[in-house]
Write a protein that binds this ligand. Structure first.
Ligand SMILES: [Zn+2]
Length: 250
């Protein structure tokens, strides 16, 4: 019920944007100002809990920027472009076929994270479930943030040479999940999450796992992806995710 309410609120906000002509930039600045200004427990929760700028694009952009800021707080200076194509929109990625409405990836060729708004919406609503075994758990905004943190992690991996180190892709995928968990821990420690957010991220990590071991793009089983995320969440320190590159969790 809570998820449906929030999804409905987002749809209503998107409709209002069209009617009222409110500028997404203005809304985005409002959210950022609210987070910076007030008490963490209320203002920040507002930012992540649904009163985000009036479109999925703005939500994705806001948290993408936040993930980048967190990486800077870890002593790095990461940089990546982002593209959040609207439903049906085409973006010519150098990583092969242009992204479609199910795209979520980082491409080192143009240093860009691509994450379609349609896929983000399905994650938010909990209707994305690659194995068909993880419906019914919590879905929501934090699932989308988890995916953003995962893809941004690939950018940092690339900048650190991990993506080109000859590691099996599953190792860097689960390592990215672990880093997403460390980012989530930072948000939790800062009082930015409500009680449903971590379950939302974990449920999403389970939903995007598969058992398709033969797939060269295999990212890990639902159990492995949850375990990797949990490792980062428990630690909160990106460095503690390094063992994932050698020994797969789960
Ligand atoms: Zn990945």
């Amino acid at each position: 019920m809570r998820v449906l309410q929030r999804t409905g609120a987002w749809l209503a906000a998107a409709a209002a944007l069209v009617v009222a002509g409110a500028g997404p930039v203005q809304a985005s600045e409002g959210a950022a100002a609210a987070e910076a200004a007030g008490s963490p427990s209320t203002q920040a929760r507002i930012a992540i809990e649904g009163q985000f700028p009036g479109s999925m694009y703005d939500f994705q952009a806001y948290w993408f920027t936040d993930v980048g800021n967190w990486w800077q707080s870890q002593g790095g200076a990461p940089f990546a472009y982002y593209r959040f194509p609207a439903p049906g929109e085409w973006y010519p990625s150098p990583c092969g076929d242009g992204p479609d409405d199910s795209a979520a990836f980082y491409c080192a060729g143009d240093d860009t994270v691509v994450f379609s708004q349609a896929l983000a919406t399905r994650i938010w609503e909990g209707t994305l479930d690659l194995t068909g075994q993880h419906g019914g758990e919590a879905a929501g905004d934090m699932g989308v943030v988890y995916v953003i943190a995962h893809e941004y992690a690939h950018d940092v991996q690339f900048e650190q040479g991990l993506l080109t180190a000859g590691l099996p892709s599953i190792a860097t995928e689960l390592h990215a999940d672990c880093w997403a968990g460390a980012y989530a821990r930072a948000k939790q420690d800062a009082g930015l999450l409500d009680t449903t957010d971590i379950p939302e991220a974990i449920a999403t990590a389970a939903r995007v796992g598969t058992y398709d071991y033969a797939d060269p793009q295999f990212h890990g089983t639902p159990e492995q992806r949850v375990a990797a995320f949990q490792l980062g969440l428990d630690s909160g320190r990106p460095a503690d995710c390094a063992p994932v590159l050698e020994t797969l969790p789960g």
